[in-house]
Every structure is written in structure tokens, then in C-alpha cells.
Design a binder for this molecule. Structure first.
Ligand SMILES: NC(=O)c1ccc[n+]([C@@H]2O[C@H](COP(=O)([O-])OP(=O)(O)OC[C@H]3O[C@@H](n4cnc5c(N)ncnc54)[C@H](OP(=O)(O)O)[C@@H]3O)[C@@H](O)[C@H]2O)c1
Length: 336
């Protein structure tokens, strides 16, 4: 049995679900994969706590669900998350703190510090991958650490795993996907006669929109996911500026109604074809795969020379599949 000592950075929706999964699946993780996880560092916006004997996972969930903070835990320390992570014996950090696309934020600093010490990193936070994918991948290789982030692209949909593991020697000539559920909700609300501003509120009410909805409506959330796919499975080494990004702000109820009567639908489509990367609202037939990705669904179709055209879709309402992806990444790093 390998004991995996872990830090959890962020104790919000994603990492609370990860704690539940690690607890609920402990028997399978030990019986089938020979792994036993122990949470020795936790951090939220109030600070960091360390318990070398391991925090009780479900008590941590209850503590946060009851509105309490890490600062109220035994083991609370005034150290920064970076200092706590680098001064504690750790095998992995699970990073699910808020995204910072401008600088990569504290998540990027933590990932650098951990990987430099040979501590593996699993991310749900896209910021570090968007800002510094190639640097972090090199750091991981140099220091013999695992570096995985399958949860950053469409939550539980294993797009990166399929690309990296299953399409061996395949040449991907084209891919296109619907990566942003908020846009699906806004299009549906507009089609029901709401104004754009009310449609954003509707998307926030159902829990689909980011805290800053312009990341969704401006096409940026989808562009970040396309960037991660390009650099991970197409080895493209591109930057955000290489993606032609157009948001959905100019789509009107009239445009949606006109397309609907012709059997079409408008989707925010992220695509790669002929060396070009784009995120744009596109008219697609309702009968197509992309036309069928609605509401809480995200999907991608991948065209390859030797693996045909494959279609992958996920329904994810609560971030349980996102959290499960982080557990999956950790198992892929440590299981023999
Ligand atoms: N939710 C999803 O479906 C989903 C899917 C894929 C990826 N993601 C990504 O996963 C990450 C987490 O998402 P979430 O939905 O779990 O967010 P969330 O519910 O808002 O939780 C964020 C957590 O991060 C903590 N935090 C804030 N600032 C921090 C800091 N400086 N250091 C350490 N922790 C800090 C917060 O502390 P407090 O508890 O004190 O506020 C909270 O516990 C985000 O980057 C998100 O984009 C989310």
C-alpha cells in the first residue's frame, strides 16, 4: 500500500467533492490501486492548516459546509500556502482555487514550488496551465513529478486523456467542440424572449456562469480550454493571441428564431482546422453532434487520419465529475 500525502488548495465545490470521493472510494483505491490518501495540508481564502496525522476528510467537508474556514481548524498556521507546501512532506497537491488568467495567480506559484521539489501537481484551476504549460511540464519532467490537469478541460470529459493516451500516432486534422455551458444557457434564455442581461442572470441563477460572466460571454473560457487542448494533445505551443476569439454578445433572439425555423441552432464553437484556432458563435444543424450539445452538456468531435471521427460528450451539472477527474489524475500518477 502506498500512502499518498496530499495538500488541498481551495476547499470550494470541487475540492469538497474530491474529499467526499476520496473518502467514499477509499476501499476501491486501496484494494484495486494500492493507494491510500492522507490530507495533511489544506488552504482556503482564510489561510493554511497542517496536520501531519491527516485531517478527517468528511469532517473537513462538514466544517466548510457549516460556513467555517481553515483559520478555525486545529493546525492553522500563519505560513503562506507556498511555504506550507514546500516545508511539509508531501506527494501531491490538488489545486482548485479561483482562476487568475492574467498572471496564473497563487496557483501558478504553488505549482512551480511543488514541482521544483518533486511534488506532483493535479489542477482543476486553468490559470497555471494557460499561463505556463510548457514551463510546468518541463519542471515536472526535470524533477520526476507528475503533472496532470484533465479537470481543466470540460470537467469530467476525458478529452486530454483520450488525446494523449488513446490517439497514439494519430494525426488530428480537425476538432471542434462546445465547451461553455453558460453560452448554451444564454442562447436558450434568449430564444425564450429574455434580454441578454437577463439571460446572464438566468445563467448565474442556475449556477452555470463564472463569477465574471464576461469570461463566458466573451468566448474566453472556451478559448482557454482550446489552448490547453492545443498545447497538450496537438503539441501546438500556441498562446491566446493565436486563437481568433469572438463572443456571443451580438447574438439576438431574432437571429436564434430565424435559424431555428431553418432547423439550425447557434452554438459557441471552439475549433481547430487547417492550422487555425478559433472560438466563435456558429450556425450548426440541430441534427449534428455539436447541435445536440445543450444545457449542461459539453462535447467535442475529433477527426483523425487513423482513428476516424470520434464524438465525446458529457453531462455535468454539479462538479462531481470534475472532482473525480482530479482523483483519476492522481491514480494515474501513483498507481503501478
Ligand atoms: N466548479 C466547476 O464545475 C469547475 C470545473 C472545472 C474547473 N473548475 C475550476 O476549479 C477551481 C475551483 O472551482 P470551485 O467551483 O471549487 O470554486 P469555489 O467553490 O469558488 O471554491 C474556491 C475555493 O478556493 C478558496 N480560495 C480562495 N482564494 C484562495 C487562496 N488565495 N488560497 C487558497 N484557497 C483560496 C476559496 O476559499 P473560501 O472557501 O474561503 O472562499 C474556496 O474554498 C476554479 O479555478 C474553477 O475555475 C471548476
Amino acid at each position: 500500500m502506498k500512502e499518498i500525502k496530499a495538500a488541498m488548495i481551495g476547499l470550494g465545490s470541487v475540492n469538497k467533492n474530491l474529499l467526499r470521493i476520496l473518502s467514499d472510494k477509499a476501499d476501491i483505491l486501496s484494494g484495486k490501486y494500492g493507494l491510500s490518501f492522507k490530507i495533511v495540508v489544506v488552504a482556503d481564502s482564510s489561510g493554511v492548516a497542517v496536520n501531519e496525522d491527516g485531517f478527517d476528510m468528511l469532517s473537513l467537508v462538514d466544517h466548510k459546509q457549516n460556513g467555517n474556514s481553515v483559520s478555525g481548524l486545529a493546525g492553522y498556521t500563519h505560513a503562506s500556502a507556498c511555504d506550507a507546501v514546500t516545508s511539509t512532506a508531501l506527494d501531491i497537491i490538488f489545486e482548485a482555487s479561483p482562476v487568475d488568467f492574467e498572471t496564473g495567480g497563487e496557483g501558478l506559484e504553488l505549482a512551480r514550488a511543488a514541482l521544483s521539489k518533486g511534488i506532483s501537481v493535479v489542477l482543476a484551476n486553468k490559470g497555471p496551465v494557460v499561463k505556463a504549460h510548457s514551463e510546468l511540464r518541463s519542471l515536472a519532467r526535470e524533477n520526476g513529478a507528475g503533472f496532470k490537469y484533465s479537470a481543466t478541460v470540460c470537467g469530467g470529459l476525458p478529452v486530454l486523456n483520450i488525446g494523449e493516451r488513446d490517439l497514439i500516432a494519430g494525426n488530428i486534422s480537425k476538432l471542434s467542440g462546445v465547451f461553455n455551458g453558460t453560452s448554451n444557457f444564454i442562447f436558450d434564455a434568449l430564444a425564450n424572449g429574455m434580454s441578454f442581461d437577463d439571460a446572464i442572470i438566468e445563467a448565474q441563477n442556475v449556477g452555470a456562469a463564472e463569477a465574471d460572466p464576461s469570461l463566458d460571454t466573451g468566448g474566453w473560457d472556451a478559448a482557454f480550454k482550446l489552448l490547453i487542448i492545443a498545447n497538450s494533445i496537438l503539441d501546438a505551443n500556441i498562446e491566446l493571441g493565436d486563437i481568433d476569439v469572438e463572443g456571443i454578445e451580438d447574438i439576438t433572439p431574432e437571429m436564434l428564431a430565424a435559424e431555428s425555423s431553418a432547423g439550425n441552432i447557434i452554438k459557441l464553437v471552439a475549433s481547430f482546422e487547417d492550422g487555425n484556432y478559433s472560438v466563435k458563435p456558429a450556425v450548426v444543424s440541430k441534427d449534428t453532434f455539436l447541435g445536440s450539445c445543450s444545457g449542461w452538456e459539453m462535447g467535442i468531435e475529433i477527426h483523425s487520419d487513423i482513428y476516424g471521427i470520434s464524438y465525446h460528450k458529457l453531462y455535468e451539472k454539479e462538479p462531481v465529475p470534475t472532482a473525480a477527474s482530479m482523483m483519476r489524475d492522481a491514480v494515474n500518477i501513483f498507481a503501478d
